[in-house]
Design a protein around this ligand. Structure first.
Ligand code: ZN
Length: 279
Protein backbone atom coordinates (compact mmCIF):
# COMPACT_ATOMS: atom_id res chain seq x y z
CA UNK A 1 0.00 0.00 0.00
CA UNK A 2 1.39 3.41 -0.97
CA UNK A 3 1.74 6.17 1.56
CA UNK A 4 -1.07 8.14 -0.02
CA UNK A 5 -3.34 5.10 0.16
CA UNK A 6 -2.51 4.65 3.81
CA UNK A 7 -3.36 8.27 4.37
CA UNK A 8 -6.64 8.06 2.49
CA UNK A 9 -7.58 4.87 4.32
CA UNK A 10 -6.73 6.47 7.59
CA UNK A 11 -8.79 9.54 6.79
CA UNK A 12 -11.66 7.30 5.82
CA UNK A 13 -11.29 5.28 8.98
CA UNK A 14 -11.26 8.50 10.94
CA UNK A 15 -14.58 9.54 9.45
CA UNK A 16 -16.33 6.19 9.60
CA UNK A 17 -14.84 4.02 12.26
CA UNK A 18 -13.14 5.94 15.02
CA UNK A 19 -14.95 5.79 18.26
CA UNK A 20 -13.81 5.56 21.82
CA UNK A 21 -15.20 2.56 23.65
CA UNK A 22 -15.29 1.94 27.38
CA UNK A 23 -11.93 0.55 28.48
CA UNK A 24 -9.95 2.26 25.72
CA UNK A 25 -6.95 4.15 27.04
CA UNK A 26 -4.18 6.46 25.94
CA UNK A 27 -0.83 4.69 25.71
CA UNK A 28 2.60 6.06 26.63
CA UNK A 29 2.97 7.32 23.06
CA UNK A 30 -0.11 9.49 23.55
CA UNK A 31 -2.20 7.43 21.15
CA UNK A 32 -5.52 5.77 21.87
CA UNK A 33 -5.39 2.01 22.30
CA UNK A 34 -8.17 -0.55 22.34
CA UNK A 35 -9.07 -1.78 25.83
CA UNK A 36 -9.70 -5.29 24.48
CA UNK A 37 -6.96 -6.14 21.97
CA UNK A 38 -4.56 -3.33 23.09
CA UNK A 39 -3.78 -2.45 19.48
CA UNK A 40 -3.52 1.18 18.45
CA UNK A 41 -6.67 2.98 17.45
CA UNK A 42 -4.70 6.00 16.32
CA UNK A 43 -1.44 6.45 14.58
CA UNK A 44 0.83 9.30 13.51
CA UNK A 45 1.49 9.90 9.88
CA UNK A 46 3.59 12.59 8.33
CA UNK A 47 1.99 14.23 5.40
CA UNK A 48 3.34 17.33 3.66
CA UNK A 49 5.97 17.69 6.35
CA UNK A 50 3.36 17.71 9.07
CA UNK A 51 2.62 15.07 11.71
CA UNK A 52 -1.01 14.15 11.86
CA UNK A 53 -2.84 11.92 14.25
CA UNK A 54 -5.30 9.71 12.39
CA UNK A 55 -7.54 6.80 13.30
CA UNK A 56 -6.57 3.25 12.50
CA UNK A 57 -8.29 -0.06 12.96
CA UNK A 58 -7.61 -2.34 15.89
CA UNK A 59 -7.98 -6.14 15.66
CA UNK A 60 -11.47 -6.12 17.17
CA UNK A 61 -12.72 -3.55 14.71
CA UNK A 62 -11.11 -5.41 11.85
CA UNK A 63 -12.90 -8.61 12.87
CA UNK A 64 -16.14 -6.67 13.23
CA UNK A 65 -15.79 -5.22 9.72
CA UNK A 66 -15.00 -8.66 8.28
CA UNK A 67 -18.09 -10.06 9.97
CA UNK A 68 -20.27 -7.24 8.62
CA UNK A 69 -18.89 -7.83 5.15
CA UNK A 70 -19.54 -11.58 5.34
CA UNK A 71 -23.09 -10.97 6.58
CA UNK A 72 -23.75 -8.52 3.77
CA UNK A 73 -22.42 -11.00 1.20
CA UNK A 74 -24.51 -13.82 2.66
CA UNK A 75 -27.62 -11.62 2.53
CA UNK A 76 -26.90 -10.75 -1.10
CA UNK A 77 -26.37 -14.43 -1.91
CA UNK A 78 -29.72 -15.33 -0.38
CA UNK A 79 -31.43 -12.53 -2.35
CA UNK A 80 -29.83 -13.74 -5.57
CA UNK A 81 -31.01 -17.29 -4.90
CA UNK A 82 -34.52 -16.06 -4.13
CA UNK A 83 -34.59 -14.20 -7.43
CA UNK A 84 -33.28 -17.28 -9.26
CA UNK A 85 -36.04 -19.42 -7.78
CA UNK A 86 -38.69 -16.88 -8.78
CA UNK A 87 -37.35 -16.85 -12.30
CA UNK A 88 -37.18 -20.68 -12.44
CA UNK A 89 -40.69 -21.61 -11.35
CA UNK A 90 -44.10 -20.17 -12.13
CA UNK A 91 -45.68 -21.61 -9.00
CA UNK A 92 -44.39 -21.03 -5.51
CA UNK A 93 -45.35 -24.51 -4.33
CA UNK A 94 -42.57 -25.88 -6.54
CA UNK A 95 -39.99 -24.14 -4.33
CA UNK A 96 -40.58 -26.99 -1.88
CA UNK A 97 -40.16 -29.80 -4.36
CA UNK A 98 -36.73 -30.75 -3.13
CA UNK A 99 -34.78 -33.97 -2.69
CA UNK A 100 -35.09 -33.47 1.06
CA UNK A 101 -38.91 -33.39 0.85
CA UNK A 102 -39.13 -36.38 -1.52
CA UNK A 103 -41.62 -39.03 -0.46
CA UNK A 104 -39.55 -41.76 -2.04
CA UNK A 105 -41.92 -43.15 -4.69
CA UNK A 106 -39.00 -43.88 -7.02
CA UNK A 107 -35.96 -43.86 -4.74
CA UNK A 108 -33.43 -45.25 -7.19
CA UNK A 109 -34.36 -42.90 -10.00
CA UNK A 110 -34.57 -39.90 -7.71
CA UNK A 111 -31.17 -40.78 -6.26
CA UNK A 112 -29.79 -40.87 -9.81
CA UNK A 113 -31.16 -37.40 -10.52
CA UNK A 114 -29.65 -36.23 -7.24
CA UNK A 115 -26.28 -37.60 -8.31
CA UNK A 116 -26.67 -35.74 -11.54
CA UNK A 117 -27.26 -32.56 -9.51
CA UNK A 118 -24.19 -33.21 -7.36
CA UNK A 119 -22.00 -33.70 -10.41
CA UNK A 120 -23.75 -31.07 -12.51
CA UNK A 121 -20.63 -29.21 -13.61
CA UNK A 122 -19.21 -32.42 -15.06
CA UNK A 123 -22.39 -33.27 -16.96
CA UNK A 124 -22.71 -29.66 -18.08
CA UNK A 125 -19.21 -29.73 -19.51
CA UNK A 126 -20.17 -32.81 -21.53
CA UNK A 127 -23.54 -31.29 -22.48
CA UNK A 128 -25.40 -34.26 -21.01
CA UNK A 129 -28.98 -33.81 -19.87
CA UNK A 130 -31.65 -36.27 -18.78
CA UNK A 131 -34.78 -37.72 -20.28
CA UNK A 132 -37.06 -38.68 -17.41
CA UNK A 133 -39.66 -40.91 -18.98
CA UNK A 134 -42.37 -43.23 -17.81
CA UNK A 135 -46.05 -43.32 -17.03
CA UNK A 136 -48.00 -40.58 -15.26
CA UNK A 137 -47.54 -39.91 -11.58
CA UNK A 138 -44.21 -41.59 -11.14
CA UNK A 139 -42.46 -38.47 -9.83
CA UNK A 140 -40.65 -37.32 -12.97
CA UNK A 141 -41.70 -33.70 -12.63
CA UNK A 142 -40.94 -33.81 -8.93
CA UNK A 143 -37.42 -35.10 -9.60
CA UNK A 144 -36.84 -32.45 -12.28
CA UNK A 145 -37.98 -29.67 -9.93
CA UNK A 146 -35.86 -31.08 -7.10
CA UNK A 147 -32.88 -31.01 -9.46
CA UNK A 148 -33.58 -27.38 -10.37
CA UNK A 149 -33.93 -26.44 -6.69
CA UNK A 150 -30.69 -28.22 -5.78
CA UNK A 151 -28.79 -26.33 -8.48
CA UNK A 152 -30.31 -23.00 -7.48
CA UNK A 153 -29.23 -23.67 -3.87
CA UNK A 154 -25.70 -23.82 -5.27
CA UNK A 155 -26.20 -20.56 -7.19
CA UNK A 156 -26.62 -22.29 -10.57
CA UNK A 157 -29.47 -20.93 -12.68
CA UNK A 158 -32.29 -23.19 -13.85
CA UNK A 159 -35.61 -22.80 -15.60
CA UNK A 160 -38.57 -25.16 -15.44
CA UNK A 161 -41.16 -24.70 -18.17
CA UNK A 162 -43.27 -26.67 -20.63
CA UNK A 163 -44.20 -26.43 -24.27
CA UNK A 164 -47.66 -25.04 -23.63
CA UNK A 165 -46.07 -22.08 -21.90
CA UNK A 166 -43.29 -21.72 -24.44
CA UNK A 167 -45.82 -21.63 -27.29
CA UNK A 168 -47.88 -19.02 -25.47
CA UNK A 169 -44.84 -16.88 -24.89
CA UNK A 170 -43.68 -17.26 -28.49
CA UNK A 171 -47.09 -16.49 -29.91
CA UNK A 172 -47.10 -13.31 -31.92
CA UNK A 173 -43.36 -12.76 -31.71
CA UNK A 174 -41.88 -12.33 -35.13
CA UNK A 175 -38.24 -12.89 -34.20
CA UNK A 176 -38.02 -15.98 -31.97
CA UNK A 177 -34.28 -15.81 -31.45
CA UNK A 178 -34.19 -13.37 -28.49
CA UNK A 179 -36.62 -15.65 -26.63
CA UNK A 180 -34.52 -18.72 -27.41
CA UNK A 181 -31.36 -16.90 -26.32
CA UNK A 182 -33.10 -15.98 -23.09
CA UNK A 183 -33.73 -19.69 -22.38
CA UNK A 184 -30.03 -20.33 -22.89
CA UNK A 185 -29.15 -17.88 -20.13
CA UNK A 186 -30.08 -20.71 -17.76
CA UNK A 187 -27.47 -23.35 -17.04
CA UNK A 188 -30.23 -25.92 -16.83
CA UNK A 189 -33.44 -25.95 -18.84
CA UNK A 190 -36.26 -28.33 -17.88
CA UNK A 191 -39.05 -28.90 -20.35
CA UNK A 192 -41.74 -30.66 -18.43
CA UNK A 193 -44.28 -33.04 -19.87
CA UNK A 194 -43.22 -33.21 -23.49
CA UNK A 195 -45.98 -34.80 -25.53
CA UNK A 196 -47.34 -35.04 -29.03
CA UNK A 197 -51.04 -34.82 -28.29
CA UNK A 198 -52.77 -31.92 -30.00
CA UNK A 199 -49.56 -30.88 -31.67
CA UNK A 200 -50.03 -28.85 -34.83
CA UNK A 201 -47.49 -28.52 -37.58
CA UNK A 202 -46.70 -25.06 -36.23
CA UNK A 203 -46.07 -26.16 -32.65
CA UNK A 204 -43.99 -29.15 -33.78
CA UNK A 205 -41.84 -26.66 -35.67
CA UNK A 206 -41.51 -24.45 -32.57
CA UNK A 207 -40.74 -27.48 -30.45
CA UNK A 208 -37.93 -28.44 -32.77
CA UNK A 209 -36.64 -24.84 -32.74
CA UNK A 210 -36.40 -24.78 -28.94
CA UNK A 211 -34.81 -28.22 -28.63
CA UNK A 212 -32.39 -27.57 -31.48
CA UNK A 213 -31.37 -24.20 -30.09
CA UNK A 214 -30.63 -25.76 -26.71
CA UNK A 215 -28.81 -28.62 -28.42
CA UNK A 216 -26.60 -26.20 -30.32
CA UNK A 217 -25.79 -24.23 -27.17
CA UNK A 218 -24.29 -27.41 -25.66
CA UNK A 219 -26.10 -26.66 -22.41
CA UNK A 220 -27.93 -29.43 -20.55
CA UNK A 221 -31.59 -30.06 -21.17
CA UNK A 222 -33.92 -32.07 -18.98
CA UNK A 223 -37.07 -33.50 -20.54
CA UNK A 224 -39.86 -35.21 -18.69
CA UNK A 225 -42.37 -37.16 -20.74
CA UNK A 226 -45.06 -39.80 -20.56
CA UNK A 227 -43.98 -40.95 -24.00
CA UNK A 228 -42.38 -44.34 -24.21
CA UNK A 229 -38.66 -44.22 -24.92
CA UNK A 230 -38.91 -47.08 -27.38
CA UNK A 231 -41.69 -45.43 -29.31
CA UNK A 232 -39.71 -42.20 -29.36
CA UNK A 233 -36.72 -43.95 -30.85
CA UNK A 234 -38.86 -45.75 -33.43
CA UNK A 235 -41.15 -42.96 -34.55
CA UNK A 236 -41.47 -42.53 -38.31
CA UNK A 237 -43.20 -39.13 -38.49
CA UNK A 238 -40.38 -36.84 -39.54
CA UNK A 239 -41.78 -33.85 -37.56
CA UNK A 240 -41.17 -35.76 -34.33
CA UNK A 241 -38.36 -37.95 -35.46
CA UNK A 242 -35.94 -35.03 -35.69
CA UNK A 243 -37.09 -33.66 -32.31
CA UNK A 244 -36.63 -37.01 -30.59
CA UNK A 245 -33.32 -37.65 -32.28
CA UNK A 246 -31.95 -34.40 -30.87
CA UNK A 247 -33.30 -35.25 -27.40
CA UNK A 248 -31.97 -38.81 -27.40
CA UNK A 249 -28.59 -37.55 -28.50
CA UNK A 250 -28.05 -35.33 -25.46
CA UNK A 251 -30.52 -36.52 -22.80
CA UNK A 252 -29.68 -39.68 -20.90
CA UNK A 253 -32.88 -41.69 -20.36
CA UNK A 254 -34.03 -42.69 -16.91
CA UNK A 255 -37.20 -44.69 -16.71
CA UNK A 256 -39.50 -43.74 -13.86
CA UNK A 257 -41.22 -46.94 -13.02
CA UNK A 258 -38.59 -48.94 -11.30
CA UNK A 259 -37.97 -51.68 -13.80
CA UNK A 260 -35.65 -52.65 -16.58
CA UNK A 261 -32.98 -50.02 -17.04
CA UNK A 262 -30.96 -52.15 -19.32
CA UNK A 263 -32.85 -52.60 -22.51
CA UNK A 264 -29.57 -52.47 -24.26
CA UNK A 265 -30.97 -53.69 -27.54
CA UNK A 266 -33.08 -50.57 -27.87
CA UNK A 267 -30.73 -47.76 -27.04
CA UNK A 268 -27.19 -49.00 -26.64
CA UNK A 269 -24.19 -47.86 -24.64
CA UNK A 270 -25.79 -46.06 -21.70
CA UNK A 271 -23.73 -48.12 -19.29
CA UNK A 272 -21.02 -45.57 -18.57
CA UNK A 273 -23.43 -42.85 -17.57
CA UNK A 274 -25.65 -45.28 -15.71
CA UNK A 275 -22.59 -46.19 -13.68
CA UNK A 276 -21.90 -42.54 -12.91
CA UNK A 277 -25.49 -42.09 -11.84
CA UNK A 278 -25.42 -45.21 -9.69
CA UNK A 279 -28.09 -47.01 -11.69
ZN1 ZN B 1 -9.40 -3.94 19.67
Amino acid sequence: MSFTEVFINAEHAARDNFRINEGDYIGEDGLYRCGVCHKKKETIITFGGEDRKVACICDCREAELAKEKAEKEEKERRERIKAMRRSCFVEEKLYNWTFANDKGSNPKQTAAVKKYANDFEGFKKDGIGLLLWGSCGTGKTYAACALANALIDKGISAKVTNFGRILNELQGTFDKQPYLDELNRYSLLVIDDLGIERTSEFSAEQMYGVIDNRYKSGLPLIITTNLDLHEMSRIEDIRYKRIYERILEVCHPIEFKGVNYRRKNIVASYDDINKKLGL
